[in-house]
Design a protein around this ligand. Structure first.
Ligand SMILES: Cc1cc2nc3c(=O)[nH]c(=O)nc-3n(C[C@H](O)[C@H](O)[C@H](O)COP(=O)(O)OP(=O)(O)OC[C@H]3O[C@@H](n4cnc5c(N)ncnc54)[C@H](O)[C@@H]3O)c2cc1C
Length: 339
């Protein structure tokens, strides 16, 4: 059965990319970004906790480098389109699949053939298997393959999921993401995370991109806005905390009145979430709201850092228990005052 358009990776829909903003710079080209999309044209909606799937395109520089290694023309016809289009939009150029090593083992000779054979069987004869993406494999094994066979040996490009960090009720027709940009160096080569750098650099405002909304299972706000909630980001990546932004972005009229707290295990997440639109609005000074039951999110804890990710979950858990204790004490105090 074909899913409704935009509700599954098998049936994505086109949304318009609106804008990007660097929230926090870290190192050269790394950092946390805020991205906006227009959903009005495609009519998609979402609720807190849902994720957004994006079909990104490969970097053209990398695509042309591979075409040059193959000794082919970028206009060569493959699957009814140009080689450049197919490599940019359809094929994964990240880790080289076993099928590519297998193909290369038939095309090379001598030591290179032995290496390609071993790699195709999941072995790592020279200890460099982890560094061999598609371009690296073609370079190391130095062989020009027929473009069509080469493309057939690759895997299909997969969409990337991102936790939605906006609220459909606050900004209908608009969707925001908070994304850490992935860039690293292997040997002398610069590697780019496919989707994060596509959003940070390659897509332009007004461009369309294939997307879908993936429903969250078992992650949603309670129906009753008075139900206390504790938001715990147990990992050390922004994806654990991005949904907090979505909760904080909800309009005031639908704001939660129950006692709420957000606990993160990452300093990076803390700054990203706190700089998210509307977060401060929900974090009034303690003097304004002395009761922990008065505002949406009046406590934001950071309990561990990337330096000790092994401690993150335990500390976030401990923090949650500590917060629950504080809530219980507060409730007892209020009950005594009312008696
Ligand atoms: C449900 C869900 C929600 C998510 N929400 C968010 C979110 O809100 N924000 C967010 O930023 N991400 C989120 N993610 C992660 C996101 O989907 C992507 O995995 C991430 O952005 C990287 O994708 P990419 O295409 O940019 O990089 P890819 O091309 O997939 O490359 C990433 C890979 O590169 C390799 N790599 C990365 N750094 C290094 C290094 N230093 N050395 C060697 N190898 C390295 C690793 O193998 C890594 O898996 C979420 C994931 C899921 C499943």
């Amino acid at each position: 059965m074909i899913a409704e358009p935009g509700r599954s990776r098998d049936n994505p829909i086109a949304a318009t990319f609106l804008s990007r903003r660097l929230v926090e710079q870290r190192g050269l080209g790394e950092g946390t970004w805020h991205f906006d999309f227009d959903l009005a044209g495609c009519g998609l909606d979402y609720v807190v906790g849902d994720s957004f799937g994006i079909f990104a395109k490969n970097d053209l520089g990398l695509v042309d480098q591979i075409i040059a290694l193959l000794g082919a023309l970028h206009t060569t016809e493959v699957r009814g389109r140009t080689l450049r289009e197919v490599l940019t939009e359809d094929m994964s150029l990240s880790p080289a699949p076993d099928s590519l090593f297998e193909l290369l083992s038939y095309l090379t000779g001598g030591a290179q053939r032995e290496k390609a054979r071993a790699l195709a069987q999941g072995e790592d004869p020279d200890g460099d298997a982890a560094t061999l993406d598609v371009s690296g494999a073609a370079e190391v094994l130095q062989c020009a393959s027929a473009p069509r066979a080469f493309v057939e040996a690759l895997e299909l490009l997969q969409p990337r999921l991102y936790s939605i960090s906006s609220s459909h009720n606050a900004t209908p027709g608009k969707l925001s993401l908070t994304v850490d940009c992935v860039r690293y160096v292997v040997g002398k080569r610069k590697r780019l995370g496919l989707a994060s750098t596509f959003l940070a650099e390659r897509i332009q405002p007004g461009d369309e991109v294939k997307v879908y909304v993936q429903k969250a299972h078992g992650f949603a706000l309670p129906q009753d806005p008075k139900t206390p909630i504790i938001m715990i980001g147990p990992g050390t990546g922004i994806r654990r905390s991005a949904p907090f932004c979505s909760i904080a972005a909800r309009p005031v009229r639908s704001a939660r009145t129950g006692c709420s707290s957000a606990i993160s295990a990452s300093e990076t997440d803390s700054s990203s979430v706190e700089r998210a639109p509307n977060w401060q609005r929900y974090r009034p000074a303690p003097s304004q709201h002395p009761s922990p039951c008065a505002c949406v999110a009046q406590k934001y804890d950071v309990r561990a850092s990337r330096a000790r990710p092994d401690l993150a979950a335990d500390l976030a858990h401990a923090s949650a228990l500590e917060f629950l204790g504080a809530v219980a004490r507060q409730a007892k105090r209020q009950a005594r005052q009312q008696a």
